[in-house]
Write a protein that binds this ligand. Structure first.
Ligand code: PMV
Length: 319
């Protein structure tokens, strides 16, 4: 929609990190998969007066936003500023199906949706690099010092490898299924990042070994994804999980879902996202196996679970 009608929409989707979270903060690569079934929609409309937000049936001023959704305010600010609009005379309504602080990129998706809605409202243009920078500015409120992985992955259409700020699409050699199980425990990404930093500072030798291991497993995962080798990809995920737990981002509720997924026949299972709660990701080689894992995690107290099919890529990318 355009500014003429006074209303504009923007949307973005969730993401799951297959492997490489936390080590990506130290400049190593990470692999993320778009989760297009979970979406956030922002709607900007013209209103006179100070900027306001419509969230969960309430209308809030910018300084009334609860801390957990403060990045929405920052996303609106940076976007309005980018288009030379005043920080006033708009109502921004938000509808999101992405659980917040669950490791699924909820805050980056909100930022993308708001920025896109404001862009359309203003009738302006943004390059991908400008869009990325605006999302990162909003994400800094949520994360402190985000790697940029979430900002990239919540707009990606295919599995991607993110490395040192650059992104490329990945080949997938065979269909596979990811089952995301939500512990319902809400952690803060910046706290989790600080925890890992604390470990690395306190144990520099072991910390470096674990980060290198995560980088190696990510490289391995890229090859196995391209080869469609689910059987060997699973153990890479398991080893990454153990490293993340040793780095300090485990949780009892995660242990429970990991155990249930393993008992339910997962090919591999790990924390996905920041950890200290949030979601786990289990790998399956068929839709039926994925459904069984989803059921097993629900039985083990997951508050929600989602099955994501990773489709094979066609043509030259697939090796
Ligand atoms: O946004 P989350 O909670 O899925 O996790 C972000 C991934 C981290 O590697 C932990 C942080 C980052 O900035 O990349």
């Amino acid at each position: 929609m355009s500014a003429e009608s006074g209303v504009a929409l923007g949307e973005a989707h969730a993401k799951a990190i297959l492997i490489g979270e936390h080590s990506v903060v130290y400049g190593h690569p990470a692999i993320a998969i778009p989760v297009t079934s979970l979406r956030t929609v922002a709607r900007v409309s013209a209103e006179t007066g100070p900027i306001r937000f419509g969230i969960d049936g309430s209308i809030l001023a910018i300084d009334e936003l609860p801390a957990r959704i403060a990045p929405i305010g920052e996303a609106a600010r940076v976007a309005l500023r980018a288009f030379g609009l005043p920080e006033a005379d708009v109502l921004i309504r938000l509808r999101t199906g992405i659980p917040p602080a669950a490791g699924l990129g909820g805050s980056a998706a909100v930022a993308h949706a708001v920025i896109e809605a404001v862009r359309r409202f203003a009738g302006g243009e943004l390059t991908e690099a400008e869009r990325f920078e605006l999302v990162q500015a909003a994400e800094r409120v949520a994360h402190g010092n985000p790697s940029g992985l979430d900002a990239t992955a919540t707009r990606a259409r295919t599995p991607i490898l993110f490395h040192a700020g650059a992104t490329r699409p990945l080949a997938v050699g065979a269909p596979m299924w990811l089952v995301l199980g939500d512990t319902g425990v809400r952690g803060s990404t910046s706290d989790a990042v600080a925890r890992v930093r604390g470990f690395v500072d306190a144990h520099p030798g072991r910390g470096a070994e674990l980060l290198d291991l995560l980088a190696r497993m990510t490289g391995e995962a890229e090859r196995l994804l391209a080869a469609g080798d689910v059987g060997r990809l699973g153990p890479c995920l398991d080893r990454a999980h153990d490293a993340l737990v040793e780095l300090g981002v485990g949780h009892d509720a995660i242990d429970e879902l990991v155990a249930a997924a393993r008992a339910g026949g997962a090919r591999g299972v790990k924390i996905t996202g920041a950890g200290c709660g949030g979601c786990v990701l289990a790998l399956a080689d068929s839709a039926a196996a994925a459904e069984r894992l989803s059921h097993a995690m629900t039985e083990a107290n997951a508050v929600a679970s989602w099955v994501v099919e990773v489709e094979p890529t066609a043509g030259e990318g697939a090796r």
